[in-house]
Structure formats: structure tokens, C-alpha cells
Design a protein around this ligand. Structure first.
Ligand SMILES: Nc1ncnc2c1ncn2[C@@H]1O[C@H](COP(=O)(O)OP(=O)(O)OP(=O)(O)O)[C@@H](O)[C@H]1O
Length: 584
């Protein structure tokens, strides 16, 4: 069940890799425009590579070999001009690149700090400052690596595409050999990458182990000296340091394999081109200039691109991947949808002979209760304080498990449901509302991590819950709520209700979640939930709220009566009393 009042524990069933990826995916989606601009400027940057071979071929065939050195020199001059054009492209890439990379860093820092703060708040132990510092350092490393990786990856992709295209137009035979060699070097690189990823993960774990061991010894240094355990502590830290050194050496050893990738992908086609040259020229398949042009593509375009790919993409990319996975272990990546969208479930709720007590010797708060709430139904629950309304709400939400009997959601036993799926499908909103330090948008969209609402949808919900004035006062939907505690209880409740409204939950249970709102705001919020698809259960705070529901459950100590307003007037003295009082 999704708790609407704060970040949840991390999603344990996601695969490691997708969780690492989930850390940066929202940024890449949000920065689509910047990524598009980067690609456009990269095209310009690739122009020198694309024209290099062609211009060399022309310079030789029509210029120097045709006794027209002027033409040859003009071609070389044109090549120099394309280099300038490429430099302009490379320069222009920087701004959009910075947008993307800084956004990645911002998101990671925020996630790391939030996770550190929450862990500190959840446990009585002191905050693990070293862990936060370590993960913040790793975040900085991610920023640098992401910048290098993005920069190089697009150069490589565009350069290799330009080389293959240029070779196809110049000497298709060379293009064929080059493509085969490139495919083989790609396979080799993949194999190497797998090994490298494993070894790098081991080395990173060893590094963290050293930090942990050293930190432990330093924290207890006085005790270590008092007990005369200096040698033991030294040995303990030394062992961790040795293990880290061995792991780093193992990573370094794989470096040699990277040369094989370059040799296979770039050098082999060059050697093949030189060997094929006499045949190409004699058979008329290519002129001497075209052979030179092909060699130019391979030497000035392909080899540098492959070198970059091996050194940056393979190396930095792997380190980045491993770092992201490790960061995902420290922070709370919003859960990915499990088993489809929560809204796709059948949202009927059912209690079968449910008994629940808070302790083995306590009298049951819920005693052999059977109840079913149809999908899309709006049920109101009322009763005196302490009658068991919140307990019932927690049972319906699958938060508490019955001692006897069964709770079913969508026909499936709650105990058999995937907890993550359940958290997304059923939301229980308590009286206390949690608004966190972050933007209005982040607060409202918190339960929609996988499909962030568009501005229009956000604005609609802000208006629906009468939050316009508050959001305007805060400075708009992207303004940061610096001090959530400074908001009134009612304002916080409205923000949380709007957050839940935007969630993907199919079942919403409001447990006096509107108690700080005035009757008008409460009516507006409830009507919004009534109109929202899904099942709605409202533990009512006011009789006006009870009257809005077509079906009511009256909970008194030990008994539960349910029915329409008409039926309850005759069946429940408590209901009749309350309605009567209200009417007076
Ligand atoms: N965690 C708990 N441990 C032990 N007893 C509890 C616990 N929570 C509730 N109770 C007891 O269970 C009974 C039902 O409590 P519950 O909160 O469900 O009632 P309620 O109708 O929601 O009351 P209110 O309207 O005041 O919130 C009460 O007697 C309460 O004291």
C-alpha cells in the first residue's frame, strides 16, 4: 500500500540494472529538448569526418595526380574549413550537455540527501554522515562520468556512421570488410565489458569495505588504544586495503584486452585496405585517390572514434553503470510498476469472517466481520471514537493482517499480493499529512514516479482541490516548499489529497483525511474522489460527509451495521441519533 505521506522504502524486486537506470531516466525524459539539440549539433560536428575521405580522394585524383596541384590544395583547404565547422558544432554541444548533466547531478544529490535524512529520522542511531559523504562523492563522480560518456558516445556514433557512409560511397568493398571487422570488435568489447563490470563492482565494494573498516577503527580509536588492540586493528584495516589493491589490479589487467578491440575494429580494415589496394586499382573498383580516401576514413575517423569508445564508453560507461547501481542501493528509487498499472486491477474489497485484536489477550476490535465493497463504490464509515474505524481501514488496505478470516482485494488474498503492487493499488490517507521539502510539483507527483503528470494535469488538480491560492503564494508549481511545517494543517491535507488523487491507486481510503478542512473544502475534495475512477472508502469526520455516500457502515463497539440512509434510520439507533442531531 502506498503511504501518501512520505517516501517509501526502496523497491527490492526491481533488477539492479533497471534500478540504476531509473535514477537517471526521468532526467533524460525531462531533458529531451537538450538531448535533441545535442544530436543536431553533433551532426555538424561529424561533417569533417564525413567529407575527409571524399576530399582526399578528389585532391589526389583530380588534383595532384592530374597535374592540377591547385585543385588538390583547394580540397585540402576545404577540409580545413570543415574542421572549423566541426569545432563550431563541438562548441555548441556544450550548453545542452551541461543542462542534462547538471540535472542528473541535482536529482542524484537530492535522492542521496533525502535517503540519508530519512534513515536518520527512522532510526534512533546517529546519522551515517560518512555514508552520505561517500554517496555524495559518488554522485559527483557520476556527474563527471555522465558528461564524458554523453560527449564521447555521440561523437563515436556519428563518426562511425559517417565513416561507414563515406566508405560505402567511395569503396564498397572496404566498407564491407570494415563492417565485418567492426561487428567482431563489438562482440569482443561486449565480452570484455561484462568481465570488467564484474571486476569493477568488486573493486568498488572493496573500496567501501576499506572506508567502513577504517571508519570503525577511527571512531573507536580511544578504545582500541586502551585495549592495546592497535595491531589487531592495523591487521583488520590492512587486510581490507590489500583486498582493494588486488581488486584494482584485476580491473587494470583487463586494459590490455581493449587494445585488441582497436586492432580488430580499426587496424585490421586498414591493413586489409592496403592489401586490397593493388587489386582495387587494377580492377577499376577504386582509383588511387579513393583508396587514399578510404584509408583517411579509417585512420582519421574510425580509429580515434574506436579509441574513444573503448576508453570512455566501455570504461567510463561501465564505471557509471556500476556506480548508479550502488547509488540505487543507497537511495530510494521510486518503484517501477509491478504487474501492470495499479489502476488495471478490479478494485472490489472483501472481508470474510475477519477477526482482529491488537494483542493475544485484548478483546477483538473487529469480530467475525464480513463485508464486501464493490468496484467503484463509495462507502462511508462512521462511529464513535475508539469503535474501530481506523482498524477497519487498515485491514481493508492490507496494512494490518487479520487474526482469522480473509481480506481480498480484486478477488485476490491480500497475503498473496506483491507488497509493492499493493502499495501502488491501494492508498490509505491518514489524518496526519506529510509534505516534504521539495517543489510543489514533486510533492504532488510523488506517487506518479513512472509517468509524471504534465503541467495541464497538475494545474487541473490544483484547481480541483482549491489549491490555486496556496500554489500562487508559494511561487508556482515549481517553487520549493522550503518549510512544510509553516503550512497550515488544512493546506498540508489538501496537498496530500491532491497527491493521492494523482496517484495510480484504484482504491482510496480516506481515514478522517479531511479533518482539518472546512466543510466546503472537504465537500470539494470528496466530490473529486467520488468522480475519480476507483473505489472510495471514507472514514467520515463530519455527518455531511456520511450523507454524501450512498452506502454507510456504522461501527459501534462490537457491532457493525451497514446499509443505505433509509435502512440505517430504522436499523441503527446511533445513526438515527446523529442524523437527528444534525437535522436539528
Ligand atoms: N496500535 C494499537 N495498539 C493497541 N490498541 C490499539 C491500537 N490502535 C488502536 N487500538 C485500540 O483499538 C480500538 C479501536 O481503535 P481505532 O483507532 O480503530 O478506533 P477509531 O474508531 O478509529 O477511533 P478514532 O475515531 O478515535 O480514531 C481502540 O480501543 C484503540 O484504543
Amino acid at each position: 500500500m502506498t503511504s501518501p505521506h512520505g517516501p517509501e522504502p526502496k523497491y527490492s524486486r526491481d533488477s539492479h540494472r533497471s534500478r540504476g537506470w531509473a535514477l537517471i531516466r526521468p532526467v533524460l525524459t525531462a531533458e529531451r529538448g537538450a538531448l535533441g539539440a545535442m544530436m543536431a549539433w553533433s551532426l555538424l560536428e561529424a561533417v569533417p569526418v564525413l567529407l575527409s575521405g571524399r576530399l582526399m580522394a578528389f585532391a589526389l585524383d583530380r588534383g595532384f595526380l592530374a597535374d592540377s596541384p591547385g585543385i588538390g590544395l583547394v580540397c585540402l583547404g576545404a577540409y580545413a574549413a570543415t574542421l572549423l565547422l566541426g569545432a563550431v558544432g563541438a562548441r555548441q554541444v556544450m550548453n545542452p550537455l551541461a543542462c542534462v548533466v547538471e540535472s542528473i547531478r541535482d536529482r542524484l544529490v537530492r535522492l542521496v540527501v533525502f535517503a540519508g535524512l530519512r534513515r536518520a529520522a527512522q532510526s534512533d542511531a546517529a546519522a551515517d554522515v560518512a555514508a552520505v559523504a561517500r554517496t555524495t562523492r559518488q554522485t559527483e563522480a557520476v556527474r563527471q562520468m555522465a558528461a564524458g560518456l554523453l560527449m564521447t558516445a555521440r561523437t563515436v556514433v556519428f563518426s562511425v556512421a559517417a565513416v561507414v557512409f563515406g566508405l560505402l560511397t567511395l569503396a564498397p568493398e572496404v566498407a564491407l570488410v570494415t563492417s565485418v571487422a567492426l561487428a567482431a570488435s563489438g562482440v569482443l568489447l561486449l565480452r570484455l565489458s561484462r568481465l570488467l563490470r564484474h571486476r569493477y563492482a568488486t573493486s568498488l565494494a572493496a573500496e567501501e569495505h576499506v572506508a567502513g573498516e577504517a571508519g570503525q577503527v577511527l571512531r573507536g580509536l580511544r578504545d582500541v588504544r586502551a585495549c592495546g588492540a592497535t595491531r589487531t586493528a592495523e591487521r583488520q584495516v590492512g587486510k581490507a586495503v590489500d583486498a582493494q589493491a588486488a581488486a584494482s589490479i584485476a580491473v587494470g589487467r583487463l586494459g590490455a584486452g581493449r587494445l585488441g578491440v582497436i586492432a580488430l575494429g580499426a587496424r585490421l580494415p586498414l591493413v586489409a585496405t592496403l592489401l586490397m589496394a593493388p587489386w582495387l586499382v587494377r580492377s577499376g573498383a577504386a582509383s588511387p585517390g579513393e583508396v587514399l580516401g578510404a584509408a583517411t576514413y579509417l585512420v582519421t575517423g574510425l580509429e580515434p572514434a574506436l579509441r574513444s569508445m573503448v576508453h570512455t564508453v566501455a570504461n567510463v560507461g561501465l564505471h557509471l553503470g556500476v556506480l548508479l547501481i550502488r547509488l540505487a542501493d543507497h537511495v530510494d528509487v521510486p518503484p517501477a510498476p509491478a504487474g501492470g498499472k495499479a489502476k488495471a486491477i478490479h478494485a472490489e474489497l472483501e472481508l470474510q469472517d475477519v477477526t482482529f485484536a491488537y494483542g493475544p489477550y485484548s478483546p477483538p476490535v473487529v469480530d467475525r466481520l464480513s463485508l464486501s465493497i464493490a468496484e467503484g463504490e463509495h462507502l462511508s464509515v462512521m462511529g464513535p471514537s475508539g469503535a474501530g474505524k481506523s482498524t477497519l481501514a487498515a485491514l481493508l488496505a492490507g496494512l494490518d493482517r487479520p487474526d482469522c478470516g480473509e481480506v481480498r482485494i480484486g478477488g485476490r488474498r491480500v497475503s498473496e499480493l506483491d507488497p509493492t503492487w499493493l502499495r501502488r493499488a491501494v492508498v490509505l490517507v491518514p489524518q496526519e499529512s506529510y509534505v516534504f521539502t521539495g517543489t510543489v510539483r514533486e510533492n504532488l507527483a510523488y506517487l506518479r514516479a513512472e509517468s509524471a503528470p504534465e503541467d495541464r494535469e497538475l494545474d487541473g488538480v490544483i484547481a480541483l482541490f482549491g489549491l490555486g491560492e496556496l500554489v500562487g503564494r508559494l511561487g508556482g508549481r515549481d517553487a520549493v516548499i522550503e518549510r512544510p511545517g509553516a503550512l497550515s494543517e488544512g493546506e498540508r491535507q489538501l496537498l496530500v489529497l491532491a497527491r493521492v488523487y494523482l496517484s495510480t491507486a484504484s482504491v482510496v481510503i480516506l481515514d478522517e483525511a479531511t479533518c482539518h478542512l472546512d466543510p466546503v473544502a472537504e465537500a470539494r475534495a470528496e466530490q473529486a474522489f467520488v468522480a475519480r475512477p476507483g473505489t472510495l472508502v471514507v472514514v467520515a469526520h463530519r455527518i455531511s460527509s456520511v450523507l454524501r455516500a450512498p452506502r454507510v457502515l456504522v461501527v459501534e463497539s462490537g457491532t457493525v451495521t451497514e446499509g443505505s440512509h433509509q435502512e440505517l434510520r430504522q436499523q441503527s439507533a446511533l445513526y438515527a441519533d446523529l442524523i437527528g442531531m444534525n437535522a436539528e
